[in-house]
Design a protein around this ligand. Structure first.
Ligand code: DAH
Length: 345
């Protein structure tokens, strides 16, 4: 007995043809996938036919299976062909949609902005350039002599503590301040000197108000003995702070730095509360903005200068940027948030 009567055979041929038609007319990959599931999937019509194989008498199995395999091949290749066709169409329309006309004028393009820290740096640099200060640079990887020793920071000084300094294995270090540029400049030139040294510095410090990397600007003025006094320093810095912060009060507070004597820290009246006391100035009405002083004799000795006098100062650029632009969180300077940066166009 043949497995399929002639009638059954024609019925199957028709069913198969219907499915092949449906496949060839599938208009999307999704429709095609549904058709695949309906024919070849777990409960697909062909799969169900294959399941009948086990009940077919042995001598007819071969023919039955052959017939089914032919149908499976026909359906599979029809699906593959249609899939290729639909993918081609999809790709073409995607390419069409994504087409970029590079000659098209885009008046929505946005312009970049100089970061507030660099902006502040530039403003301070050009202020001192106008006063005829030269701009000096030094290496970020320094040695003990330039970063500490020559600046009158003896071996036991707490500022050399491992806590503050990033040391390298070869006893070089990442400079902890821009003051070593004073030493390099004095060693390579003769007085008179009038310089600033802007640049990046590094400290092992990381919390709400400190980052391991930040920027400073150093200042140094050296001339013959008795020519430079604290009055000169005071005048230059007062003018600078008024130029930068407008109508603020400026006060010099006695302090200590190893490389200057006498030394002072400079405060301005709080730019946020105008001196009446707020959170930013810890209710003191004052904000510390600078360190400065008359260059210590030991520093001149270290670079072989004699019969000279001078003053020096150093400031933190991030702190200036925050006070100038009313930025309250130090971290926002490093987060590259376009909402902040967009305000500096
Ligand atoms: N080097 C100091 C620091 O990093 C800042 C400083 C203070 C520099 C006083 C100076 C100065 O030149 O005179 O904290």
């Amino acid at each position: 007995m043949a497995i399929l009567t002639e009638q059954e055979y024609y019925k199957w041929r028709n069913i198969l043809k219907e499915w092949l038609d449906k496949i060839q007319n599938a208009t999307s990959l999704e429709v095609l996938e549904n058709l695949r599931v309906e024919t070849l999937g777990k409960k697909g019509i062909l799969t169900l036919e294959f399941a009948k194989l086990k009940d077919i008498p042995n001598e007819q199995k071969k023919e039955f299976a052959q017939n089914l395999n032919e149908q499976k091949t026909a359906i599979t290749s029809a699906i593959d062909a249609q899939k290729e066709q639909l993918e081609k169409v999809a790709l073409n329309s995607q390419l069409q949609a994504d087409k970029i006309d590079v000659t098209m004028f885009n008046n929505e393009s946005s312009i970049g902005a100089v970061h507030p820290v660099m902006r502040t740096m530039d403003a301070i640099i050009s202020y001192f350039q106008n006063l005829n200060f030269s701009i000096e640079e030094g290496p970020l990887v320094e040695d003990d002599f330039h970063n500490f020793e020559a600046l009158n920071l003896p071996k036991y000084h707490p500022a050399r503590d491992m806590q503050d300094t990033f040391y390298n294995k070869d006893f070089t270090l990442l400079r902890t301040h821009t003051s070593p540029v004073q030493i390099r400049t004095m060693l390579s030139t003769k007085p008179p000197i009038r310089m600033i040294a802007p640049g990046t510095v590094f400290r092992r410090d990381f919390d709400l108000t400190h980052t391991p990397m930040f920027n400073q600007i150093e200042g140094l003025v050296v001339d013959s003995a008795d020519k430079i006094s604290f009055a000169n320093l005071k005048h230059v810095l007062e003018e600078f702070l008024h130029h930068t912060f407008g109508n603020v009060n400026v006060r010099f507070r006695p302090s200590f730095f190893p490389f200057t004597e006498p030394s002072a820290e400079v405060d301005i009246s709080c730019v946020f509360c105008k001196g009446s006391g707020c959170r930013v100035c810890s209710q003191t009405g004052w904000l510390e903005v600078l360190g400065c002083g008359i260059v210590d004799e030991n520093v001149f000795k270290a670079v072989g200068y004699e019969n000279v006098s001078g003053y020096a100062f150093g400031l933190g650029v991030e702190r200036f940027a925050m006070l100038i632009h009313n930025i309250s969180d130090l971290r926002s300077l490093f987060e590259s948030d376009l909402r902040l940066l967009g305000q500096f166009k």
